[in-house]
Design a protein. Sequence first.
Length: 93
Amino acid sequence: MDIPRTFRTTLLAHLPVASGDDFAPGDDLSALGLDSMGVVQLLTDLEETYGLELPDELITEETFETVGSLWEAVGPLIPAERLTGAEVVEADV
């Protein structure tokens, strides 16, 4: 799964236990320190950074379970021009 570095950087700011942006798609977000307040802050940051609004039906525990599940929910909503030129990091699933 390819996750752009800009998304990783945005996510990293909300993961107090992560030691860098080298986390894998299967990494558990709660184990990396994302709590309910962090989810709210992350949603706001994602909306502001990428100019999107996450539909209510995607705001579920499953969406915020892992790095990959979050990217799979948010990635398709990000306008292509917001990721143009962004370095992509390939990670093993």
